[in-house]
Design a protein around this ligand. Structure first.
Ligand SMILES: [Zn+2]
Length: 308
């Protein structure tokens, strides 16, 4: 079994602390337990907890770690990060069975990201609007997951593309306006299968993919095409929290045209906020996202057609 180090324990405690912080709640719980017979291991359980919710296990884990780090003289253990403190207080007990109190304290009430996002985008932060913000972000998380998954399934490396007999190189579909000069240089391989290409032609396509960070289309039929890449990108669509962080850490203006963006539009608006995957091929990974207006996003999508 791998050795559990002080760093592991510390890291776990920090993780639990952050998770409890983001519940926005305060907890009060009594923890009981101790040595089980002659064994050295100690077991603890929760006797009472307010409020009772799905975080019971996290609190028990957290309190157990605090019991481990508590000194022999039973001085209370306080762990404070920012405005949130978790404490463990020894109540009573002996060598075999003890009772502790686990409590949390907040210097200021927790602000839910949905509330801050509402305020930032000048939406009344009512419960209903906060819910709308949440649903809107959740929908995007799900849609990016789906799109990235589909994109990943379409990606094919040169090695695997050798075996594809039904797909041929298409240099026009991703360049409908004829603006991609580098891609046009590869036009002489149009209609060829990857296994028909010479070594030099493959190098040329591969260099194009590296330079432009865009795949080359291998076309079979209108609904069936592949994306030729040098290597399959690591798709890791952003999580709910990551999208919230992007909204909170960026100005509410489009990163391309600098217009002021709006959130929660009932009908289509050119200034609606969208999350743009900067390099389309890499999908909605948190380090590949910028926020921009619908208009700028649509121009980009129509140009490279990668998201269609
Ligand atoms: Zn814009």
């Amino acid at each position: 079994m791998a050795q559990i180090t002080r760093e592991h324990i510390w890291k776990r405690m920090e993780e639990l602390h952050t998770e409890l912080y983001h519940t926005g709640k305060n907890y009060c719980s009594s923890i009981v337990g101790g040595k089980n017979g002659n064994y050295d291991e100690c077991y603890y359980s929760i006797k009472n907890i307010i409020p009772k919710d799905k975080n019971e296990n996290k609190i028990l884990n957290y309190a157990t770690i605090m019991i481990m780090v508590m000194s022999k003289d039973k001085t209370p253990v306080n762990f404070c990060k920012g405005e949130f403190t978790c404490s463990l207080i020894y109540r009573k007990g002996d060598d075999y069975y003890s009772e502790y109190l686990f409590i949390t304290k907040r210097d200021t009430p927790y602000l839910f990201p949905e509330e801050i996002i509402c305020k930032k985008y000048q939406i009344i932060p009512s419960a209903e609007n906060q819910k709308k913000v949440r649903i809107s972000i959740e929908n995007r998380v799900n849609s990016y997951k789906k799109r990235d998954f589909e994109k990943k399934n379409r990606c094919v490396t040169f090695e695997d593309a050798e075996k594809l007999d039904d797909y041929s190189v298409n240099t026009t579909y991703f360049d409908i306006y004829g603006e991609d000069i580098e891609l046009q240089r590869c036009k002489y391989v149009e209609g060829k299968k990857v296994n028909e290409l010479t070594k030099e032609q493959k190098i040329e396509l591969s260099n194009y993919i590296t330079k432009k960070q865009r795949p080359v289309l291998l076309y079979k039929s209108p609904s069936d095409s592949k994306l030729l890449v040098n290597e399959i990108p690591e798709f890791q669509p952003a999580s709910y929290k990551e999208l919230c962080d992007i909204l909170l850490n960026n100005k509410e203006e489009c990163s391309y045209c600098k217009c002021n963006m709006t959130l929660l539009n009932e009908i289509y608006s050119e200034t609606s906020l969208t999350f743009d995957a900067i390099i389309s091929l890499y999908g909605h990974r948190k380090d590949n996202i910028t926020i921009c207006c619908s208009l700028c996003n649509s121009k980009k999508t129509f140009n490279n057609k990668l998201d269609i």
